[in-house]
Design a protein around this ligand. Sequence first.
Ligand code: SF4
Length: 404
Amino acid sequence: MQYSHSRLSTFEQCPLRFKYHYIDEIEPPEIEESVEAFLGSRVHEALEKLYKDAKFQKVLALEELLTYYNEIWKKNWGPAIKIVKAGYTEENFCRMGEAYIEAYYKRHAPFNQAKTVGLEHKVLIELNGHTLLGFIDRLSYDPRTDTYEIHDYKTSLHLMPDETARTDRQLALYSIAVRSAYKTSRVKLIWHFLAFEKDVVIEKTDAELEELKRDTLHLIKRIEGERDFKPRVSALCDYCEFRPICPEWKHLYKVEDLPPSAYANDTGVQLVNRYVELQDKVKMLSAEQEEVKKALTEYAKREGVTAVAGSGFKARIATYGDLKIPKDREDDVRALLQEYNLWSDASRIDMFRLRDIVQSYPFNPDNPNDSSWKPWPPELIKRLAKLLKKEENVRVYVRKMDNE
Ligand code: SF4
């Protein structure tokens, strides 16, 4: 299989989508495109035209470029473009693209900072017998610094932190191909975050690229060894073209257009409804059981008894004090154990064990006669005891009274 950054990302996002797309090569049941992807394509096309013309010493005026953008928007727009975000229209997204182009134009005119080597420039990355394919939005060369530049336009409303750029895979993979094709180590990776008028620029070191090659090969090995290709539900399902056949969504699609009576008669719908009904009953009953337990405990206290007779049954009420770590003090407990270099012990023995140690101090909670037991420092126990909260726990044991 020929890999690419987007194929690798698809596997990371959802192995099943990867299988549908690249192994089974299933034609998506509905070919839809998100408006975000549509906007990205049109902005890319407009900037491609800008730099293509500039190569021929024809620098488009901003108005000309925006006219071109609006033309290709209208020409390509159609009913298959999906707007998922409620409350926004085609017009909103189109204007967003215009604003991105205008701001980019004003910041970068007259577009002669470097020489354009290629637009939508195809690269092949060779990794130990695997070939990865990629397309660089714009590859340019700056003769003043003898540096190649890989430009990537981002129309996302998510601004990648500078630190994430260092670990981004896509442009780094492209830089491996550029280094090899042009026999250079001077390659800049440049992300243009158009919505934020911000450019992020980095250069990868040899060591970083070696690590990237190792990680990428490891991922390819994982893909090739994958057998299950399980669905991974996430917000990205909203944009997945395979929802109608994906087991996570298929039934929802099957019943969504049924008339109400057929919907209610569907076996799946009925089973889910029954399950939810029973779940609610169980919740209600267990709340009721808690109330009765409370009343029984109070009754036993009032009567000064620990066992109460019923019809053929007897209930024994056992009360014991317990130490708990309140949720809002968990970090303090962890920090305290770290201060005494005991966190690894505590994580191994878990919170129940911690409670046992505090409660049975200075003895070994598992064996009070164990003379080799080294108790924790008394100061630590005191501080821990202050963080833990004593709670009274009640258990009710019911058993038959046949022989009593
Ligand atoms: S709908 Fe979601 S879970 Fe199903 S294949 Fe697509 S991304 Fe994966």
